[in-house]
Design a protein around this ligand. Structure first.
Ligand SMILES: Cc1ncc(COP(=O)(O)O)c(C=O)c1O
Length: 401
């Protein structure tokens, strides 16, 4: 295939993204190669998506085989793969039923509709509002955007849904808010990804669970970034033994193909009637075949690799933090880690690209590391070496940055 000429393509793409200059044309495992043949370590994985890395042999073979059989049918027909994926996702999450989507934001839309429909069925249809956390990110469609805290994303698109925000970690504020507002649902990311890899304490997650039970509020966990094994358990909240009523997942489920899911348990698994919600593409045979490859890999030992490599990476980052004054804090769990710096992370990110390590920067001062689940110990050592040499050359604080 000829490489596209970049100057002809960019002008017809809406300018919503700040894109890097690098153009990657291939990859293998946790590495990608640019069009000059230069290899980079990919510790971003397409923003927490490419869990099996790039060009995974079983995934490539399964997708090629499936596209030669049947790629798409619509949800007007059953297919064994979607039912197998649904059953396995329910087993991993302690949920009872799945609605498939094509993205994270669509999974959130489903959760919001589900919460309102449930309130109608419970005889409390006036409970239409939502409570979310400061620093939270839930997507860009109008419903999910309503819950996304950052004003720069939200304010230009109002009016949006009725949402109240509470500070993460403050159970007293949450209690007041839930009692005053009696919302349809409380929506929480157990580890805030875009908010700077901020992990909520187990006590807070357990307390929120209890407050939702007491106020009849539906508890929705957004595990779109933290879920599907990224922290070493299938869901991040499983580290704290907390089970929500509804959980949303997406990013890595189909190992790079677009797929998401909204899962619910108990009465909430039966809230929607036929026609209440739908999607033309979602949960088709192609993405579900890919999801089965991902789930087979996860259950076949990959989850252990996430836990082991995550521990190595975290230990290495902590050694760097002890050594280098520019690092303020190490955050996160498993292979969802962040380094908060004493100043903007943008310069560090750029220099890391130049050194051959792809990471990204979130919440202004946090370098976020989201390697593929297949990353090796040797690749972690290489990345730690690149981080050491780049961060050693950075000014320690804001004034000199
Ligand atoms: C926690 C969380 N929720 C929702 C979304 C939106 O997902 P998508 O970009 O697939 O629509 C993201 C994306 O980064 C996310 O991290």
């Amino acid at each position: 295939m000829d490489e596209p000429r970049m100057d002809e393509t960019e002008q017809h793409v809406m300018p919503t993204y700040a894109r890097a200059a690098e153009v990657f044309v291939a990859g293998r495992g946790a590495t990608v190669v640019d069009r000059d043949g230069r290899e980079f370590l990919d510790f971003l994985a397409g923003i927490a998506v490419s869990a099996l890395g790039h060009a995974h042999p079983e995934l490539s073979a399964a997708v090629a085989d499936q596209i030669g059989r049947v790629a798409h049918l619509s949800n007007l027909f059953r297919h064994p793969f979607s039912e197998q994926v649904a059953a396995r996702l329910c087993a991993h999450t302690a949920m009872d039923a799945v609605f498939f989507t094509n993205s994270g934001t669509e999974s959130m839309e489903c959760a919001l509709k589900l919460a309102r429909r449930a309130m109608g069925r419970r005889g409390t249809p006036a409970r239409t509002s939502f409570v979310a956390l400061e620093g939270g990110f839930h997507g860009r469609t109008l419903g999910a955007l309503s819950l996304t805290h950052a004003e720069k994303y939200r304010v230009p698109f109002g009016p949006l849904l009725d949402v109240a925000w509470v500070p993460p970690g403050d159970l007293a504020a949450l209690e007041r808010c839930l009692h005053e507002r009696l919302p349809a649902a409380l929506v929480i990311e157990p580890i805030q990804g875009e908010g700077g890899v901020r992990e909520l304490p187990g006590d807070y997650l357990r307390g929120a669970r209890e407050l939702c039970d007491r106020t009849g509020t539906i508890l929705v966990h957004d595990e779109i970034q933290s879920g599907c094994g990224r922290t070493g358990h299938f869901l991040a909240a499983q580290h704290h033994d907390v089970t929500p009523d509804v959980v949303t997942i997406a990013k890595p489920i189909a190992a790079g193909l677009p797929m998401g899911a909204c899962l619910a348990r108990g009465e909430l698994a039966h809230v929607f009637d036929k026609g209440d919600h739908g999607s033309t593409f979602a949960g088709g045979p192609l993405v579900c075949r890919a999801a089965l490859v991902f789930l087979d890999a996860l259950d076949g030992g990959l989850l252990d690799n996430v836990a082991a490599r995550g521990a190595e990476l975290r230990a290495g980052l902590e050694r760097l933090a002890a050594e280098l004054p520019v690092i303020a804090e190490v955050r996160g769990r498993g292979l969802m880690l962040g380094l908060r710096l004493h100043h903007s992370a943008a310069l560090a990110q750029r220099r890391l690209y130049d050194a051959g390590l792809i990471v990204n920067c979130t919440a202004g001062d946090v370098l976020r590391l989201l390697p593929p689940f297949v990353v090796s110990s040797a690749q972690i050592d290489t990345a730690l070496g690149q981080l050491r040499s780049v961060l050693t050359g950075l000014p320690a604080n804001q004034e000199t940055a």
